[in-house]
Design a binder for this molecule. Structure first.
Ligand code: MN
Length: 319
């Protein structure tokens, strides 16, 4: 509890040992402290949740999860990862819930795995990290996943991953050694994930699947701040018609993961409404106390705080 309000954090990561072993160099880039936490869905994690009053974490695999794997291995591997995650959650069903990993390199199998994960394992949606082997997810091949998500009434969470190699080289290479984060959390992640979201809207996806729900972390990856400009530029003459603002404010939900800024919250409240903003931390890549240090400074009503900390999550994820 925080100020007598229950707390649910929805972008909290773990790693599965078999999947992590497939992610080249992933473990080498992480501190022992982070690795201990990524591989723990038990005592250590629960102790740190209790220390901050977090009732529940909605768990997801860390980036790039299964998005950079070939179809040949990702279908069976992803199924095992989801099964193992479900087994661990079953030991603490009131403390953990989950977003599924999807083998997006094989979109039909990914749609089937989403259905299995929600119906058989009780998962609350799915998380997709970055591009799938270079493809943005507005590509029509992926629409069967969205059709399934809409039918099941579960959201898809679009999470960043290391950007496309051509973008990395053209935009960041000369600063990468000096500032390794510029291509990651400082900027590269945001630009690619925002581009992914913009492309989903431009593709007409929400005309076909009007009830589809998408979650973005990091206060919407700059999009609430840019909303007026994007929407008005897309309404200039000589272009196809798209209700960018309508889709972004109706079909999208955003979280506070790794971005604890009051000006960003105020902007998001004004553009998205308090009903579309959910609490997330990004454990263990961001330490829990950073989020709570910020919450203590927030001056919003108890009603809005209740929506932010758990009310919206309970509704969206049916917890
Ligand atoms: Mn994250």
């Amino acid at each position: 509890m925080f100020k007598n309000l229950p707390v649910i954090a929805i972008e909290e990561h773990f790693w599965d040992r078999e999947l992590a072993a497939q992610l080249e160099g992933a473990e080498g880039r992480r501190s022992q402290k982070q690795l201990d936490r990524l591989f723990d869905i038990g005592e250590l994690r629960l102790r740190e949740m209790d220390a901050h009053g977090i009732e529940m974490q909605v768990l997801s695999h860390g980036a790039p999860s299964s998005q950079k794997l070939d179809a040949a291995i990702s279908v069976d591997l992803t199924r095992r990862v989801n099964d193992r995650l479900a087994e661990m959650i079953a030991k603490h069903p009131t403390r953990f819930a989950a977003f599924a990993n999807l083998p997006t390199a094989h979109p039909e199998a990914a749609a089937r795995e989403l259905e299995r994960a929600v119906k058989d394992l009780g998962f609350k949606g799915a998380m997709i990290h970055g591009l799938t082997n270079g493809l943005f997810h507005d590509d029509k091949r992926f629409w069967c996943i969205y059709e399934m998500a809409e039918t099941l009434d579960v959201p898809i969470y679009f999470h960043p991953s290391f950007p496309n190699a051509n973008v990395a080289a053209a935009y960041y290479e000369d600063y990468a050694a000096q500032y390794p984060q510029v291509i990651r959390a400082a900027w590269g992640y945001t630009i690619e994930t925002a581009t992914q979201a913009i492309r989903l809207i431009l593709s007409g996806l929400f005309e076909t699947h009007s009830k589809l729900k998408i979650i973005l972390g990091h206060f919407g990856e700059t999009l609430p701040y840019q909303l007026w400009r994007i929407d008005s530029a897309l309404r200039r003459p000589g272009q196809a018609q798209v209700d960018f603002r309508g889709h972004f404010t109706r079909n999208f939900y955003i979280t506070t993961s790794g971005h604890f800024s009051t000006p960003a919250l105020v902007c998001a409240m004004m553009e998205m409404s308090m009903d579309h903003i959910l609490f997330a931390i990004d454990d263990p890549f961001v330490e829990n106390h950073v989020a709570f240090d910020w919450l203590k400074t927030l001056q919003i009503s108890d009603h809005d705080m209740g929506k932010l900390l758990s009310g919206n999550a309970k509704k969206l994820l049916k917890l």
